[in-house]
Design a protein around this ligand. Structure first.
Ligand SMILES: [Zn+2]
Length: 177
């Protein structure tokens, strides 16, 4: 899975005569492009964002532990806020944390289909707009959950597994003229 932003960065800003070992960051996402003897390779940042209904914060924290055990960093600062203190700075921090992440994990159990205030759906939409792959834990409950680049898994354990595989996969980027 190569997000368009990385191949666009390579096409528009990649050096014409790279030497092996040369690295540069994608302009749109936290991935690093590295030139090797076998061409351009894409390495993902190990930061991921967890979006969840605020009352399911405990589930998100459990997931954060699971991710940490396989070397993945959860970027969601909202998990460490003492209460659901809603402010401009909290909203901006959420968007910034999505931005600095390789992917988003959405905790979306079926019984939360029409519950909650919807902050998690804003984060989900922002990740879609920023071309971040999404792992949805639970069930598809709105039309946007059917977009490509979204993988649905049933539980936290399989969520961790899918994220781990995605982050660890070093992808070859096809050199574009
Ligand atoms: Zn990119």
């Amino acid at each position: 899975m190569i997000t368009n932003c990385c191949s666009d960065t390579l096409r528009n800003y990649g050096p014409r005569d790279p030497i092996p070992g040369l690295e540069f960051g994608c302009r749109e996402c936290p991935s690093v492009l590295r030139y090797t003897e076998h061409g351009w390779k894409l390495r993902r940042s190990n930061r991921v964002y967890i979006a969840a209904p605020f009352p399911l914060k405990h589930m998100a924290i459990t997931l954060r532990f699971g991710l940490k055990s396989v070397g993945i960093v959860c970027s969601s600062r909202w998990l460490d806020l003492p209460t659901d203190e809603w402010s401009e700075s909290a909203a901006l921090a959420d968007l910034s944390d999505v931005e600095s992440s390789s992917m988003l994990i959405a905790i979306n159990p079926k019984d939360w289909a029409i519950k909650g205030t919807g902050g998690r759906h804003v984060e989900f939409g922002y990740a879609v707009a920023r071309d971040r792959p999404i792992v949805l834990i639970g069930e598809r409950t709105n039309v946007f959950h059917h977009l490509p680049n979204i993988q649905v898994v049933p539980d936290l354990t399989s969520g961790v597994q899918v994220v781990k595989e995605f982050i660890e996969t070093v992808t070859t980027v096809v050199a574009v003229a």
